[in-house]
Design a protein around this ligand. Sequence first.
Ligand SMILES: Nc1ccn([C@H]2C[C@H](O)[C@@H](COP(=O)(O)O)O2)c(=O)n1
Ligand SMILES: [Zn+2]
Length: 172
Amino acid sequence: MSKREDYISWDDYFMGIALLAGKRSKDPSTQVGACIVSANCTDGSNSNTILSVGYNGLPVGCSDDEFPWDNKGDLLETKYPFVVHAELNAILNARGKSLHGSKLYVALFPCNECCKAIIQSGIREVIFLSDKYSQTDAVKASKRMFSAAGVKLTQLNPQVKKIELSLDINTI
Ligand SMILES: Nc1ccn([C@H]2C[C@H](O)[C@@H](COP(=O)(O)O)O2)c(=O)n1
Ligand SMILES: [Zn+2]
């Protein structure tokens, strides 16, 4: 028997992990996940290892049932001042582990606040799927900082459109 050929690529795998993490988000309108992966080493060592994952959600101790999830209205009645973005959560979830030279996979292009944390933590490449907020000041500021800091930006061209998972015991 020869080897299976329809296995997913590393890029699709890590973006899939980011998307799966986003499924944990309680945000009713937008669920974002992020996955941080160690750099490709030329000697093949320690590369393509997941260092951390995160999704958009409230800080520890802030109840998902007590804080607002609205995206319109007075600022303090919306989620915006409270939600930790997926990218920042992934960085914080690494708990101080070195992220130098690593890559970050995220479904949505990072905002300016996450951009600062990405740069400062030593992440060197951001791989994203959608850039649908490209016209916002947050994303414009982000791109300016990424460019100045030399962080590589790659829009993923996935090899597969869909990754299906079944948790039905009969399918294993
Ligand atoms: N790169 C991003 C962009 C957005 N988020 C989070 C922040 C909010 O929870 C949600 C956006 O909500 P919307 O304005 O679409 O109602 O997505 C993120 O984590 N990372
Ligand atoms: Zn952000």
